[in-house]
Design a protein around this ligand. Sequence first.
Ligand code: HT7
Ligand code: ZN
Length: 875
Amino acid sequence: SAPILLSDYRAPAWQVEQIELDFDLGIDATQVRSCLRLRRDSTQATPLCLDGEGLELLTIMLDGQLLSPDDYRYADNVLEIDHAHDGSVLETRVRLNPAANTALEGLYLSGPRESGFLLTQCEAQGFRHITFFPDQPDVLASYTVTLRADRARFPVLLAGGNPDGAGDLDGGRHWARFVDPHPKPSYLFALVAGRLEKIGREYVTADGRPVQLVIWAEADAIERCHYAMDALERSMRWDEQAYGRNYDLDVFHVVATHDFNMGAMENKGLNIFNAKYLLADPDSTTDDEYRAVEAVVAHEYFHNWSGNRVTCRDWFQLSLKEGLTVFREQQFSADMNSPALKRIEDVALLRRAQFPEDAGPLAHPVRPAEYREINNFYTATVYEKGSELVRMLAGRLGQAGFRRGMDRYFEHNDGHAATLEDFLGALGEANDIDLMPYLAWYGQAGTPRMKARGHYDAAQHSYTLTLTQHTLPTPGQAHKRALPIPVKLALFATDGRMLPLHLDGHSNALGDEHVIVLEQAEQSFVFRNIDAAPIPSLLRGFSAPVILDGDYAPTELALLLRHDIDGFNRWEAAQQLASRAYDALRDGGDTTALTAWCDALAELFDDELFADDALLADLLSPPGEIELAEREQVVDPARVHALRQELQQRLGARIGAGPLLRRYEALAAQTNRQLDASSQAQRRLKRRVLELLALIDAPAAHAVAAGQYQDAPSMTDRLAALAVLVRGNAPQATLALAHFRERYAGDPLALDKWFSVQTQLPGELTLARVQLLAGDPAFTLKNPNRVNALFGAWARSNPAGFHRADGAGYRWLVQQLRPLDALNPQVAARLATVLNGWKRLEPVRREAARSAISSLTTGPELSRNLTEIVQNILG
Ligand code: HT7
Ligand code: ZN
């Protein structure tokens, strides 16, 4: 199919002012009647065309007249209708089969047919699987939705908007109606019907509106929704305080399902969540997962303004809602938890998921210029890099200026479908600043590489910092422009003091931290009144999403690691030092960096005054294998793994088994299942200490881990212990895995962890175990969480286990993609992206990967989703 181009965008010739939807719900057959009141743009002569996919068309009526097949054409998923005019009312009736919908897009069944429930997923283009409609986000309509169903089978009937009546019907059936007063695009429509339990809470918004908050889940899960309810309330308060945004309906429903393609969905008034991001209790949820639940609940709630009240003009603008909402979610999580840890977590994710995407054949701008399948563009680039771009703008405007700009953005675009230009325009106009140069970031793929070189002039007492930038070509974009790169910086003296900044071109002193903006390919910045060569702390807080080459001596990084008061940059110094240590191990050269890294961390480890256990755990963790592989021209994943293991062994040995064990015991003495920051930090550090111990004294660590597994009061401790046993291929792993399987047999989310943890077996053992697990009765290709727990965890989190030298891993994964694609194209396409980096593999693996991926280009036709990914990956 031909690509869809941003440059082809035209405002719709037909709008839908009002839609009335009537559902007659059934598992195998659901009838949908839709009634559209149409409005025509008189300047365009385009005929009325509606999207519709996989619909069994029953009847069409235009202005009360039944249409004959001569009056319309339904082909290639488009229904074209003759004789419609401004003010026409179009009624269509269609039939759907929810139970047969394995793609989980449109109306589908979650769970077994006897007891499962019906739900919808419409973003990005699922509504066309429900009824005929101009299924694009710039068509905003008012929705009235009536649901009818058997009361015993579907006791709960929900749709977005406010409730507007309910009652009994003949034959044991009932009905419920919902009216949404806010015009919305079709992707925000939702319904849910089935046997669900609820928990509820009254909430009063800052502007005085009483709101019923209700979370729905199946009976066995409802008691695990309380944490999410608390998180929802925190999110609502936070958005009122931080952005002045109030909720705008009388009800806010949230529903949990185990069958979902993504994390969650912000349908107006009826959010639907993957159970993984809603259910939580200490026995089955790790600390990281608790934080993820809080973040995703907040994210979906924040969409009510950034996405729903102000939506996207077209799907090219996806980051307008996603990048902005990720940013708002990150701010919220930072406020609820530790800002430094949150920043570390977010940057680590960016580097692990987005930088490789931006450096490979799937690289695309935050605002892509074209796509074939929009579902393939819910990427780390659109989400995470998109958020970084908003962060740069927020940093440029300062807190008050950004708030002013956001107020203007919401006010000017409320109820409209907006563009990124509208966003930058509103932020800029409210502050009298031209932000349009930042638009270049949205159109250019690839991660800029920024070099920093310092020169100290003792005679002049000046320090000149020269910054250069360069972005490598990406597919379809050979030439790159210089981008505005804000660099937040400080200068340190060798005794660890921060120096006051006197920058040429600024008459007044700037304090000890300042943001300079690199706007050209090369620029120099001169700092005065400096008495000795300083050590620059650059990109503080990761002020721009670039790769920095800082030309530091190891001792300088060690100094920043010890003295920088920016928690993020402290961690960053440790990461840089570890990367240099890694290079030293690989190249067999100078070991200064390795020694400096080990010494600095051993010193911190012993420092009783260093009280931040969670930060210490992060400092003690070198970059992951994916990030380290990004440093290589040619990647041998087994070698990257071995070198990283050796790096950690050196660190463990430098600290020493005795101190590690003693620290472990001290931390273990405080073991509990509380969720406060210090209890979480204790578990995080305990895990890291145990992992280091396992690398230098495996039997001792495995004995400790086996004990921890047995006594663990929380899933965090239990899973950490299990992971150490499995990764170390310890004899105790077998029993622990069997126990885990039995204990959590009835809990799908915990069972997912049982699958995932086993994908972390080292090296050559992995594939056979993954194959065995794929044959387990609990494994199914129909459930996205299970597929991701097995195939995704294997290919993404165990590169050395996935990238076997004989290519068997690639061949086997590719074999799974075909049947998966037949069931669920979105999940298959996303899984295929794990092969993104094949071109940089060493020659033997590269050829094996190329051949495996190419095998997908012959044989039965693949979905549009998977075809696009395969074609782009092959390049
Ligand atoms: N806005 C939501 C995106 C989403 C989605 C997209 C494609 C297919 C299925 C999907 N489920 C949810 C999620 C979010 O970013 O909030
Ligand atoms: Zn989102």
